[in-house]
Ligand binder design. Structure first.
Ligand code: PBG
Length: 329
């Protein structure tokens, strides 16, 4: 139909018709809050590269989670800040049953049994070299040896009560081995969120400062296991493998620069597609907001809505706490 019989602006003319023609919406059920956990009691620390985000001890975290959970927060994702003295070449602290993450999971679940707790399965906070896997003398990342460690780590998380274990390491074959262990240990309901399409991105820098792995990693890179940003079709292969191995949900990471990958994944698979709005994306946006160049609330809401429009089911974002407050107003 030609103008004037078709005027697309009719569907935008009033708030009511705009509401009725809205295709995508952001709700509290789309959000997960990633947090940085410190050992000890009553501790908070600012993170220089992530203004507005704090590292917190578990008691402070719980004080924040209780009201957020009442307002609809369904899940929190824990990332540990491990003291230097616990870091080793073999990352053994990662599966310590009394380790920081294991203790924190138990602590949160005992107060908020219905809040899902997601744990990161990867060795980088625990290795003296900052890589996600075990390395040999040449510095190569050893896939199959690393998987054994990841299985022990995931097992200790599940035993502590984690609802979702989330391997973010990008070793080949780890999802299948973790799933086999969970079944064998009778953790039939523990979910696996696989970081299937995780790119070797420069947007993880602030996170590495937040968990304190940046210095350990030094100039080394993760591109022998994380994906090349040039590739999209390869992500489809990675996701298909992880679903076959027993992943319940799959992740694309980073988020906003990779919306094409999210859209492609959503069109090809029927499992939930989650995405990580990563630290560097947060820092870019918040940096502009703090300079007064962008208005916080509309810029953040639009950003997260765009994930939904691309087909993303759930967004892991450092803005989750703020957005849940806004959605409750
Ligand atoms: C490491 C891990 C990283 C992130 C989550 N888990 C960083 C990395 O791969 O070096 C990044 C998250 C973010 O940037 O917000 N297993």
């Amino acid at each position: 139909m030609q103008f004037p019989y078709t005027r697309k602006r009719r569907l935008r003319a009033s708030q009511a018709i705009r509401n009725l023609s809205c295709e995508n919406q952001l709700t509290v059920n789309d959000l997960i809050w990633p947090v940085f956990v410190l050992d000890g009691f009553n501790r908070t620390e600012t993170i220089e590269s992530m203004p507005g985000v704090q590292r917190m001890s578990a008691d402070i975290l719980l004080d924040k989670l209780i009201p957020l959970h009442e307002k609809g927060l369904n899940a929190v994702a824990l990332f540990p800040v491990i003291e230097e003295r616990y870091k080793t070449d073999d990352a053994a602290e990662a599966w310590n049953p009394e380790g920081l993450i294991q203790k924190t999971v138990k602590f949160i679940k005992s107060s908020l049994p219905e809040l899902l707790v997601i744990t990161d399965v990867a060795l980088d906070p625990y290795t003296s070299h900052g890589q996600d896997g075990m390395i040999n003398e040449q510095g190569e990342i050893l896939n199959d040896v690393t998987i054994k460690a990841l299985v022990m780590q995931a097992r200790s998380h599940a035993k502590a009560g984690a609802d979702v274990v989330a391997p973010s390491d990008m070793m080949d074959g780890r999802v299948g081995e973790i799933r086999a262990m969970l079944e064998q240990q009778k953790h039939h309901h523990t979910l696996i969120l696989s970081y299937s399409a995780k790119y070797a991105s420069s947007f993880y820098g602030p996170f590495r400062e937040a968990v304190g792995s940046a210095a350990n990693l030094g100039k080394s890179a993760k591109n022998s296991y994380q994906m090349n940003p040039t590739n999209a079709l390869e992500a489809i292969d990675e996701i298909a493998m992880d679903i076959n191995e027993g992943a319940d949900m799959v992740m694309v990471k980073p988020g906003l620069p990779y919306l094409d990958v999210i859209a492609m994944a959503k069109s090809q698979f029927n499992v939930p597609i989650w995405a990580y709005h990563v630290s560097g994306e947060y820092t870019m946006l918040q940096g502009a907001i703090n300079q007064g160049f962008l208005a916080e609330r509309p810029a953040v809401m639009e950003t997260l809505l765009c994930f939904k429009r691309a087909g993303c089911d759930v967004i892991m974002t450092y803005y989750a706490d703020r957005v849940i407050e806004w959605l409750n107003e």
